[in-house]
Design a protein around this ligand. Sequence first.
Ligand code: PPS
Length: 287
Amino acid sequence: MSDNTLWFEGIRFPMVGFSPELLREVRDKFLVKDEDTITVTYPKSGTNWLIEIVCLILSKGDPKWVQSVPIWDRSPWIETQHGNELMKSQKDPRIYTSHLPLHLFPKSFFSSKAKVIYCIRNPRDVLVSGYYFTSKMKIAEKPETLQQYMKWFLQGNVIYGSWFEHVRDWLSMREKENFLVLSYEELIKDTRSIVEKICQFLGKKLKPEEIDLVLKYSSFKFMKENEMSNYSLLPNDLTTEGFTFLRKGVVGDWKHHFTVAQAEEFDKIYQEKMAGYPPKLFPWEEC
Ligand code: PPS
């Protein structure tokens, strides 16, 4: 992988929209407040779906907000230059997003009561989603093949670093009461129950018909048609022909992409890296 990405503390970041100074400032100086709600994920794990759900919960299912403000402005990514700038004018109670690994996350979070929703996804599907995303975006080195991207992924040589370390480190927070762990797989299987769980976590009481609206407007179909959420507003110089952010939105797409040998290679590393982790934490291990 040639070095057209930014390195910070052993982690790769895109060159565009990030800087070492900002990453350092976010970790050391960003002030997390007790009333904040933060969506945290490893990339391609369902971040934007979750943001859409949180926004719609806050508006009790009214789609005006999600249909008039780009998703990256509604819940800014604090580690990006654009998102960090926006945070300066965010009113309380704030919502924001991050893909940062635990050790680069704002230190002030660890003594706050801010609520974090952490969403995990089968890393095989994360890999496939990341492969298509990286192939069509001009923000990082393009993989020539899935095999090449798999190699980078398993080495943690992709943007935001190793999936294994991200998930292991963040899941160490799972017993804290201001920390909710969700999975993409559970969201797909029973979206309503998970939306209700998020409402409870955020202390929001919605009527059943309001939940219906949250489900309707955060569905794959509606998000794909909503230009505020489907990334069609991204500047052309960041994407290439055929870029689609809401690509498939399913569980298990990796089965259509991995060869038997690739699946075995992936499993071997997965078992080594996740040794000692209870399988019940990971819904994809039941499939
Ligand atoms: S990013 O770029 O890291 O912020 O991407 P992220 O939002 O985490 O993940 C993108 C994948 O999530 C899928 N997605 C959805 N699936 C189901 N329902 C809804 N509403 C939805 N919204 C986004 C999106 O299609 C990407 O997955 P793939 O497998 O590539 O389709």
